[in-house]
Write a protein that binds this ligand. Structure first.
Ligand code: GLU
Length: 447
């Protein structure tokens, strides 16, 4: 395989799908060596097969808003790769959603799900629907209309969507309700991220953030250090940042920044439990303003409009919001301010030039597909519980999640360490994730 050639062909076939091309390029560059050492991969055209989704559903979603106007959105489900199991991955509701974004996310999901060692294939979906400012009834009608189109193509052994940006417990509830009505069966594993009490798993809401902090703790330990007193900057204030802040506090670290589209909230003494709880209210308000934290806690939090979390001096930087949210300039600012670790919690949260700058400065950098895998891993555990018709305790789930994250960390180190003992977490995650999928594809023949 020659990465340049493959990329040239892909660019010609999929012009302008920048996020998707960026995600593919990063993986191919990491695996090139391993791939070329195994002629069986080349013979079976593993890479050429892996970069194209099995199929993409694209559909019109029509619904009526509170004023009685008809609204039309575009919905998608990208079923990317099923070598390891039924398709699994979230749904994103955001006005910027398009095929490129969902293909990048679906592609990343293949390797992330592989790293969990659970039987999960890779998929992703969503719609260009903007949940901001919508009433609860509008959200419900949209979710119902979305599932009305997709329900035949999902199911516990077919494809199991979950939440992502703009899709949380409430949306999953509305989608599951409609799914169940149409399918006429209680296939609880058809969607994950359900509420506890009707098939949801304890710890699923916290899982992405908890898992990320378990991974970061290992990175810090690798350097003979501990999380105690470490200053952490998080971006966003959604579900992922909330879970990460909760665990960071428990591990003795100090979250000194959270951010939103309006700016950054700096908290020199660190976020408190009360403030973390308030993040949930901020999200539920649908205002999407991080300034609300400083309004509520004026002594503890200072809001600066138009600034990112990366302008705040910290030891650990964790993008938790959206792809490409941390650019080269941000990386340079973090490095100048003495950042010691950068761990992506959002999917592809850092731009390639930002990653290069961080790696050049010898600051350990870990990619989203490894760091945030705790979310989908716990979705996998939710499916197990659904199949057993049982609920595990929070301790049971958390213990399994912790072990999965430790194993992912160990795999990244195993495949990412060079002859001099330097660890490249990006390479480690991509190689480990790829090998499991590629070997499964080889074993299952040319399909
Ligand atoms: N959207 C999450 C992710 O990016 C979770 C997916 C899931 O639980 O299926 O991995």
């Amino acid at each position: 395989m020659k990465v340049k050639e493959i990329m040239k062909n892909l660019e010609a076939k999929h012009p302008g799908e920048n996020e998707y091309l960026q995600a593919v390029q990063e993986v191919l560059e990491s695996i090139e060596e391993v791939y070329n050492e195994n002629p069986k991969y080349e013979a079976a055209k593993i890479v050429e097969r892996l970069v194209e989704p099995d199929r993409i559903f694209k559909f019109r979603v029509v619904w009526v808003d509170d004023q009685g106007n008809t609204q039309v959105n575009l919905g998608y489900r990208v079923q990317f790769n099923a070598a390891l199991g039924a398709y699994k991955g979230g749904l994103r509701f955001h006005p910027a959603v398009n095929e490129s974004m969902l293909k990048f996310l679906g592609f990343e999901q293949i390797f992330k799900n592989s790293l969990t060692m659970l039987p999960l294939g890779g998929g992703k979906g969503g719609a260009d629907f903007d949940p901001m400012g919508k009433s609860d009834a509008e959200i419900m009608r949209f979710c119902q209309a979305f599932v009305y189109e997709l329900w035949r193509n999902i199911g516990p052994d077919q494809d199991s969507p979950a939440g992502d940006v703009g899709v949380g417990g409430r949306e999953i509830g509305y989608m599951y309700g409609m799914y169940k009505k149409l399918a006429r069966e209680h296939s609880t594993g058809a969607l994950t991220g359900k509420s506890f009490g009707w098939g949801g798993s304890l710890i699923r809401p916290e899982a992405t953030g908890f898992g990320a902090m378990y991974y970061v703790e290992r990175m810090v330990k690798q350097n003979g250090d501990t999380m105690k007193g470490k200053k952490i900057a998080l971006s966003g204030f959604g579900n992922v940042a909330w879970g990460a802040a909760t665990k960071a506090l428990e591990l003795g670290a100090k979250v000194v920044a959270i951010s939103g589209p309006d700016g950054v909230c700096e908290m020199p003494k660190g976020i408190t439990k009360e403030m973390i709880d308030y993040m949930l209210d901020m999200r539920a308000s649908n205002r999407n303003k991080v300034e609300d934290m400083a309004t509520k806690f004026p002594k503890a939090a200072k809001f600066t409009a138009g600034k990112k979390a990366w302008s705040v001096k910290c030891d650990i930087a964790c993008p938790c919001a959206f792809q490409n949210e941390l650019d080269e300039k941000d990386a340079k600012e973090l490095i100048a301010n003495g950042v010691q670790y950068v761990a992506e919690v959002s999917n592809m949260g850092c731009q390639p030039k930002a990653i290069a700058a961080v790696q050049k400065a010898k600051v350990p950098f870990a990619p989203g597909k490894a760091v945030n895998a705790g979310g989908v891993a716990t979705s996998g555990l939710e499916i197990c519980q659904n199949a057993e018709h049982r609920n595990w305790t929070a301790e049971e789930v958390d213990e399994k999640l912790h072990k999965i994250m430790n194993d992912i960390y160990d795999m990244c180190v195993k495949y990412g360490t060079d002859a001099k003992g330097n660890i490249n977490y990006v390479k480690g995650a991509n190689i480990a994730g790829f090998m499991r999928v590629a070997d499964a594809m080889l074993a299952q023949g040319i399909i």
